[in-house]
Structures are given as structure tokens and as C-alpha cells.
Design a protein around this ligand. Structure first.
Ligand SMILES: C[S@@+](CC[C@H](N)C(=O)[O-])C[C@H]1O[C@@H](n2cnc3c(N)ncnc32)[C@H](O)[C@@H]1O
Length: 283
């Protein structure tokens, strides 16, 4: 059985950072799964965390709800070429399930503050921000292959040494990152999932925010932007409620000059949807 001081993690609810020796309660009873092990029970109810053992990758919730639609997209010849040539050097695949913890120092070949951009789309923002900020490393994560390929092409065209591109589910990637390892997390124009029955697919929701916050270093920032007014309100409510985060502007942030205007944002503005930024600091 887990020790009396074990920390409980309830699937789908707020989780605490630092997952070490793990215990799992399933319909088949309580199991000790050690560190670095993996879990594939069909009905995970509760996990227990004992803070005394070695770091491990927290278990992925069974049958996780995806925040994205798998999309097919045509690639240009240039993107196909960039993907083939550059992904082996600048890319990493996020395992869709159990896998090893990510080693950011090995990934970038140096120890520098790391910015994670979730849902980097075509990569214009990542490329522009990384180019203007060479002392930090930028890890973009996306599921849309043409976007990944486009960013790799930009990386080569602009000779960016501080960018890496992860292919796969951002939440799976974040679970594999060490606690306190990120200087910033950027979530720009996440899919708004406007229908109420789809809100459970939104990236910004309490359990995901707790996970992201746990990977930020104290003082690190979480920066979100959206053109969807109702999502902006919901984001603000969720982020304000997180005990580990402080709203740097007490409300919506003034548009920061360092966030480039993308085609996506231009389209929103043309359609009359104002863009909102929210910036929080990890306590
Ligand atoms: C509306 S687009 C915005 C793209 C980009 N940030 C921009 O501003 O142009 C949202 C992107 O997030 C990606 N996305 C959504 N959930 C994701 C996840 N869990 N992991 C990786 N990418 C995700 C989608 O594939 C999509 O490209």
C-alpha cells in the first residue's frame, strides 16, 4: 500500500508536480509501479505519489481527450524536402503513450532557458521569436505535419540554432519534461472549441494549466493569446484560479510587441475578432 504521506493524483483533476515512486489504484486494486515504469490500466482511478524516490514520467490518463483534430494537409515540395532532411536533426517524436523523460540539455546541445510553444501552427511566430531571442531555446510542439515542415524550413532559411520541433501531442510532451524546466510557455491561438460539449477539449483548462505550471521554473511565464472572446474569459477565470500563477497585469495584458502578428491573427482582426493576451508568472 502507499505510504501514509503519499500525494494523491486524481485523473482529470489538478495534479501536483514531482511524480516519483508511483502507486496506482485500478479496478484490480493498488499496485506499486516504481519509477520510470508505465501504466496501461483501462480504468485508472487514482494515482499516489511518494516524493522520496527517483523522478519518473507521470502516467498518461487513460483514453485522454485530445485538444486537436487530426488534420490532413498537403505539403509543398519545399516542406517535404525540409521534413525529410531536417527532422532527424531538429525534430523529435513525442511517443503517444509511455516513454522516456525528455532531456532538454541534450536536445539543444546547451543549457539555456527554454520556451515551449504549444500548437506552433506554421511556425512563423516560433521562428520570429527565436530569431530575436538567441539566448533562449525554443521548443515548438505541433501535430500538423505541414506546419512542422514549414517551421523546419524557416529554421534552415534563417539559420536558427535555438529551435527544435516536437511532433505529437503537447500534453504528452509536457508530461515528459522535468518539473521546473521551462522559462516560458506560449499558447497562441489555441483551438477555441466553441461548442459547450467540446469545452473539455480546450487546452486551457484547470488540469492542463496545473501541468503546465508545474513545468515552469519559479518566475517563469505562461503567455496565452486568443481571438475568441468567450474563451478569453474562460481562460482568465481558469488561470486566475490557479494558486501557482500570478496575473502580471491583473486582467488582460496589453499586446506585447514581441509577439509577432501572424496570418492567423490578421484574419481574426479582419473578421472583427479582437485579440486578447493573458500573461501569468509562476510563483
Ligand atoms: C488555431 S491553430 C494556431 C496556430 C498558431 N499558434 C498560430 O497562432 O498561428 C492551433 C494549433 O494548435 C495545434 N494543437 C492543438 N492541440 C495540440 C496539442 N495537444 N499538441 C500539439 N499541437 C496542438 C493544432 O494542430 C493547430 O495547429
Amino acid at each position: 500500500m502507499p505510504p501514509p504521506d503519499a500525494v494523491f493524483e486524481v485523473a482529470g483533476q489538478r495534479t501536483r508536480p514531482v511524480c516519483r515512486t508511483r502507486w496506482i489504484l485500478s479496478s484490480r486494486g493498488v499496485h506499486h509501479i516504481g519509477s520510470g515504469g508505465t501504466v496501461a490500466y483501462p480504468r485508472i482511478a487514482v494515482t499516489f505519489t511518494d516524493h522520496d524516490a527517483t523522478p519518473a514520467v507521470p502516467p498518461t490518463p487513460a483514453r485522454a481527450i485530445r485538444t486537436f483534430h487530426p488534420r490532413r494537409g498537403r505539403m509543398t515540395a519545399r516542406q517535404t524536402d525540409a521534413l525529410d532532411r531536417l527532422f532527424p536533426t531538429y525534430g523529435l517524436d513525442v511517443p503517444d503513450g509511455p516513454g522516456d523523460a525528455a532531456d532538454l540539455t541534450a536536445l539543444f546541445g546547451r543549457r539555456a532557458p527554454v520556451v515551449l510553444e504549444i500548437g506552433s501552427g506554421m511556425g512563423d511566430t516560433t521562428a520570429a521569436m527565436a530569431g530575436a531571442d538567441p539566448d533562449r531555446d525554443y521548443l515548438a510542439v505541433e501535430v500538423h505535419t505541414p506546419g512542422i515542415a514549414n517551421l523546419l524550413d524557416l529554421v534552415q532559411r534563417h539559420d536558427l540554432r535555438n529551435v527544435r520541433v516536437a511532433r505529437g501531442d503537447a500534453l504528452e510532451l509536457v508530461r515528459r519534461l522535468p518539473v521546473g524546466s521551462l522559462d516560458a510557455v506560449h499558447v497562441f491561438f489555441p483551438d477555441p472549441w466553441p461548442k459547450a460539449r467540446h469545452h473539455k477539449r480546450r487546452l486551457i483548462q484547470p488540469a492542463h494549466v496545473a501541468l503546465l505550471g508545474s513545468r515552469l521554473t519559479p518566475g517563469g511565464t505562461l503567455h496565452c493569446a486568443t481571438d475568441w472572446a468567450e474563451y478569453a474569459e474562460a481562460m482568465r477565470e481558469t488561470l486566475d484560479a490557479d494558486p501557482d500563477l500570478v496575473n502580471l497585469h491583473g486582467g488582460y495584458a496589453p499586446r506585447p510587441a514581441h509577439r509577432p502578428v501572424t496570418k492567423f491573427e490578421r484574419r481574426a482582426l479582419l473578421a472583427g475578432r479582437p485579440v486578447t493576451d493573458l500573461i501569468y508568472r509562476r510563483r
